[in-house]
Design a protein around this ligand. Sequence first.
Ligand code: AHM
Ligand code: MG
Length: 322
Amino acid sequence: MNRPSFPDFVVADGDLDLTKLLVALAEGCKVISHLVNNVGLSDIIGHTGSSNVHGEDVQKLDDLTNKILTDYLTASETCAGFVSEENEHILTLNAGGKFTIAVDPLDGSSNIDVAAPIGTIFCVHERLTAPGGDVEGVDFLQKGTATRAAGYFIYGSSTMLIISTGRGVNGFTLNTADNEFYLSHPNIMMPEKGKIYSINQGNAQKYDDGLRNFLNYCGEVDKDTSRPYSLRYIGSMVGDIHRNLIKGGIFIYPANKGETKGKLRLLYECIPMSFIVEQAGGKASDGKMRILEIQPTDFHERCAIFIGSKNLMDKALEFVNQ
Ligand code: AHM
Ligand code: MG
């Protein structure tokens, strides 16, 4: 195929150890993509019967994808440590490696049974402790501003990898003919003016007045600002943010009234998606501060998130901070 392939493109980007890690991750996600595409034909649909560290039912595919990524990242030899939505504790995979990774192996897993888009989200940091020993908490509890590489794989109508190493965002599509990722969306820029808002509006009664007023604003008729905007919500963060990244829009998972934390996890959901959106020219905030500047204090902490195109972010934050 007459396009740059994913490994070639990333090798050209610099660090060979980081490249090895990302290639191993992509190989693992090819296996996940195949499983997701064929899920109805095998015995991997449904619950395992156990719950994870967040008290949520673990789907068989959550469990399997977590094992696949652990194996592939161990084989990379350069991924030192691993934290996942599905593991309570951090894991040392290669003591000699210099990077750590935080992953949500299968985000939006409640959509597995209905063939809607789901994804794998990842965020890579350089470890702070010296290579040679086990990884420690500080290696993972780093701000999003220190991210070395982040992105997501989306298993949708096609399988794509959206990735940034801090120099813009590129999108690769998995070619099913030869099972390789090829550059299909170079230098993705998020439209500055979005017309889509994505939120679980069924929870509106639990939201603060400022946010409810913003939702009303989105639904008002106004020619100058092209309102009403369209409400689009899949219930899969990767699917919702991917659409908004390409078409322009805002995704919100807020904290409920009187709380400060939302549902989504800081290390392996909010930070990597914020890194991508900022690198594409958009914005991401917890309602008060830039997500990438939050100092994480717990591997599985949750965070409210407002993320998207500049016009909608500025407007939403104006309403919620009134
Ligand atoms: P998961 O990581 O357990 O799949 O949960 C995260 C998902 C997100 O993908 C999505 O945005 C959100 O949960 C939807 O939550 P809700 O059903 O409350 O709207
Ligand atoms: Mg998730």
